[in-house]
Design a protein around this ligand. Structure first.
Ligand SMILES: [Zn+2]
Length: 176
């Protein structure tokens, strides 16, 4: 598969991914735009931490495995960060109402309303919450809608997770 950058009209082919014989296109961020996106995210999260005094994270994800992994990593690396979880959009909205997180990691494929619809509602009601969509699926309509409603859109892979954890770490080290 050919990897093409989706960042605002970039369109650069930055790599290939298994299966190599398959010439289908999959989208992601080229190294330059990954760096830019992470810098933008870092600036946003920094602003958030400065104005609210700390991070409160919600993960909306139906896969228990992914949720647990994410939670454990957060707990281990950032014991000061409050972390909440929800298995679908409905529970997600309840948790937002009750716990007022300021940073949300949202899966797209959820039982009931999908993560894009949930994100749209969240941003309409709470525009200051940063929503990061994490997805394992690369569909053009997801990307387009994500760009419209969410603040960030990353593919769900280990290097992205590591990049985000490193970013949170560097912010918390200097601000908390
Ligand atoms: Zn690019």
């Amino acid at each position: 598969m050919i990897q093409v950058c989706y960042y605002k009209g970039c369109g650069v082919v930055y790599g290939e991914k298994e299966p190599l014989s398959d010439k289908a296109v999959t989208h992601g961020l080229c190294p330059k735009h990954l760096e830019i996106s992470l810098k933008e995210l870092k600036a946003d999260v920094e602003k958030l931490v400065n104005s609210t005094g700390g991070l409160k994270v919600l993960i909306v994800e139906d896969s228990r495995l992914f949720r647990d992994l994410f939670k454990e990593t957060f707990h281990d690396r950032f014991p000061s960060v409050e972390i909440y979880e929800a298995v679908d959009g409905e529970e997600g909205l309840q948790k937002i109402e009750a716990s007022r997180p300021n940073l949300i990691f949202m899966d797209i494929r959820l039982p009931g309303e999908n993560g894009l619809e949930v994100t749209k509602k969240v941003k309409a009601r709470y525009p200051s919450i940063i929503v990061i969509i994490l997805t394992g699926y690369d569909l053009p309509e997801y990307r387009e809608a994500s760009r419209r409603y969410a603040d960030y859109f990353f593919s769900k892979d280990s290097s992205t997770a590591e990049n985000i954890f490193t970013l949170v770490e560097s912010i918390l080290r200097t601000h908390v």
